[in-house]
Ligand binder design. Structure first.
Ligand SMILES: NC(=O)c1ccc[n+]([C@@H]2O[C@H](COP(=O)([O-])OP(=O)(O)OC[C@H]3O[C@@H](n4cnc5c(N)ncnc54)[C@H](OP(=O)(O)O)[C@@H]3O)[C@@H](O)[C@H]2O)c1
Length: 251
């Protein structure tokens, strides 16, 4: 293994694939978890076995997460940075979302991030824990109710965890990407909108570079792109302006 190791959950696509490259380039080893093995096999061909370890970890399967922890212990792999990224989007109106879908989203986007974080903290070596949020933590979008709920919960969980870890050497970072051209927008609920605004989207490479920088500088939160201005405007203008600001930023 190289000097430091980063564990990235859900590194098979999007921003996170670019992050794998970035970390390996910067002399880290990467442990990446997958659900879709074919994508990671392709990615793994580009790196040595020491640079890139990939493990199955479907965050809806209890067994997988404990196997991941056992593997880290057995192999004496010390995780310096944990990036909780894997997520699932089922986008439809709340009334059309089944109980099973709600349960799956809460598990994938929230509960397992907490369980994995706890397990990694118990290993006693981690220095930075990163979570990925979105503008949806602050604004409720139609058809994203459960997704928004998980992002809101993650934001406040981070705040509380940061307080609990104050005085230790462990930093908690929350990242809020803007609109990035990834599988996120392949969702049928978004496809028309995505095609309209694709020219405005950020690239995964650019965002991965920013995330790498924010974690390296131990920022506690990092909002990428226009979200930053949105959050400032939302704070200073009255609540009735909410829709106008949203229109300005999203279209
Ligand atoms: N793209 C954007 O514009 C944007 C904006 C704001 C916030 N974000 C946030 O950024 C994060 C990543 O977004 P992205 O755009 O890079 O997404 P993405 O391309 O859809 O990637 C999602 C990753 O999560 C994995 N995953 C899904 N369900 C899983 C499960 N049950 N167990 C394990 N892994 C699972 C996927 O694996 P498979 O390939 O195997 O399905 C994939 O690697 C999310 O938290 C999202 O909310 C994105």
């Amino acid at each position: 293994m190289k000097n430091k190791t980063v564990l990235i959950t859900g590194a098979t696509s999007g921003i996170w694939e670019s992050l794998v490259y970035k970390y390996i380039q910067e002399w880290y080893s990467v442990v990446a978890t997958w659900r879709n093995i074919n994508k990671l096999i392709e990615l793994s061909k580009k790196f040595t076995k020491k640079e890139f370890i990939y493990l199955k970890c479907d965050l809806t399967l209890d067994h997988d997460i404990w196997s991941l922890i056992e593997f880290l212990k057995d192999q004496h792999i010390i995780i310096d940075i944990l990036i909780n990224n894997a997520w699932l989007g089922i986008f439809k109106s709340f009334m059309k979302t089944s109980k099973k879908e709600i349960n799956t989203m809460l598990h994938t986007n929230l509960l397992w991030h907490l369980f994995l974080t706890k397990a990694i903290l118990e290993l006693n070596q981690v220095r930075n824990i990163c979570f990925v949020s979105s503008l949806a933590w602050k604004v409720g979008f139609a058809d994203l109710s459960v997704y928004s709920a998980t992002k809101f919960a993650i934001e406040w969980f981070c705040d509380a965890l940061r307080e609990e870890l104050r005085g230790s050497n462990i930093k908690v970072t929350i990242i809020r990407p803007w609109i990035v051209d990834t599988n996120f927008f392949d969702n049928t609920a978004f496809i028309d909108y995505a095609n309209q605004i694709r020219h405005k989207m950020q690239t995964s490479n650019l965002v991965a570079g920013s995330i790498y920088g924010a974690i390296k500088k131990w920022y506690s939160e990092y909002t990428i792109g226009k979200d930053r201005y949105f959050l400032i405007l939302q704070k200073i203008l009255p609540k009735c302006m909410h829709r106008i600001i949203l229109k300005l930023f999203i279209n």
